[in-house]
Design a protein around this ligand. Structure first.
Ligand SMILES: [Zn+2]
Length: 400
């Protein structure tokens, strides 16, 4: 079966002896609003698409299938449903490729409707079939919808690798009413992932050797999106979580959905990652974390560790205060980890040092340095929680 060769962004942008260029990658169009899924057919005319494969889980199809079908029918777009099994693995991507190739409808676009894994699998399928890809996220918990890369997991759910693509999704359609009706922990976790964007992009920008996810230098634009993302969360994060508890689309929720999806998505890919995501990925080697906590929750703790590592203690306090206010983990205890458990902590920090983007920090970072920063971040976070309380965290995690 014909497959395109794997895409390596560094082979495009990195040339010996030549200066590294600044590169910005983004979707061609981003559409966000309450009820926009009802206009999906009209928006697909922008691609333009006439015959689409719809990648969606069985549950997603039950919830949103009918309205999507109506909208596509009204626009005269033919569609075939390809059911998504739940894991973004090479096996699942291959299954999708085969399902689309073996049906009589010659599709000209792939539309993925669902969470981050469904969208990431959609990107892998679209790349292999040479199709434009459209993201319709049903959650604001992750950076998948706008980026041109996928996190590939083993069928058992452990991170395997990042796969890069030459194009970002051509269109991103975010129905904020759908996001408002999802469990609030997804939105809050997305805030943890999004908040780190600015601090990681700044580290990459300020380090002349820093590189974005594109293997290039960050643009000022990407860093500015990251900074706006953080400021938006500080201003509207608490109100947005409240809106989702009440299943209401409010201006604060709209702002935070944009921060979690667009500002963070473009900001991280073109701005670059650093210590926060290295620690978050390192933590996934601990099976108890990987099964119980969401990506953004681990990133929040990773961010605190990064800020302590960089000796930015005032910012770390502000971030810990924000985490406590919205219900993100503000210390390692809120990820069910004891920093005194050296074996677990060291395994996670060794995992973190294996992440290439840890090298975006302005000095070489060892597992011992991360360990020390984690212990200090834990102490700082506990002090902040002792001051402001842990009510938001307990409400989110159903503890009394
Ligand atoms: Zn992330």
């Amino acid at each position: 079966m014909h497959q395109p060769p794997p895409f390596h962004p560094e082979s495009v942008y990195q040339h010996p002896g030549a200066a590294l260029p600044q590169v910005l990658a983004a979707p061609s169009r981003y559409i966000q609003g309450a009820g926009v899924l009802d206009q999906l057919g009209t928006y697909l005319g922008l691609v333009p698409a006439r015959r689409v494969a719809l990648l969606i889980t069985a549950g997603g199809e039950r919830r949103e299938g009918l309205r999507i079908k109506r909208s596509l029918d009204a626009a005269g777009i033919e569609s075939r449903v390809v059911s998504f099994g739940g894991e973004c693995s090479f096996a699942e991507i291959e299954r999708g490729v085969v399902a689309i190739r073996s049906q009589p409808l010659a599709v000209d676009c792939l539309v993925a409707v669902g969470g981050g894994k469904c969208i990431d699998a959609g990107k892998g399928i679209a790349f292999r079939l040479g199709l434009p890809m459209v993201s319709c996220p049903s959650l604001a918990s992750n950076d998948a919808p706008c980026s041109g890369l996928s996190v590939i997991y083993t069928p058992a759910g452990v991170t395997e690798l990042l796969e890069f693509y030459p194009q970002n999704p051509v269109l991103v359609v975010v129905d904020t009413q759908v996001v408002a009706e999802a469990p609030v922990r997804y939105l809050v976790s997305g805030m943890g992932d999004a908040l780190a964007t600015w601090y990681e992009a700044r580290t990459c920008l300020q380090n002349p050797a820093g590189r974005s996810m594109l293997g290039a230098r960050p643009t000022l634009a990407a860093a500015a999106l990251g900074e706006l993302c953080a400021n938006t969360l500080f201003a509207d994060g608490v109100a947005a979580a409240k809106a989702v508890y009440e299943r209401q689309v409010t201006p604060a929720l709209e702002h935070v959905i944009e921060a979690n999806t667009l500002l963070s998505g473009v900001g991280f890919e073109s701005g670059g990652l650093a210590g926060a995501h290295a620690v978050a990925q390192g933590l996934t080697v601990l099976p108890q974390l990987h099964a119980t906590y969401m990506h953004g929750e681990m990133v929040a703790t990773g961010l605190l560790t990064q800020l302590v590592l960089e000796s930015r203690l005032e910012e770390a306090k502000r971030v810990a205060g924000f985490c406590a206010a919205v219900g993100l983990p503000a210390h390692y205890g809120q990820l069910s980890l004891k920093v005194s458990n050296r074996d677990d902590m060291m395994a996670a920090m060794m995992g973190a040092t294996a992440m290439a983007f840890l090298q975006n920090e302005p000095f070489p970072v060892t597992a011992n340095m991360l360990m020390e920063a984690a212990v200090a971040a834990d102490e700082l976070g506990r002090a902040v929680v002792a001051e402001v309380g842990d009510e938001a965290y307990r409400r989110l995690h159903h503890q009394r």
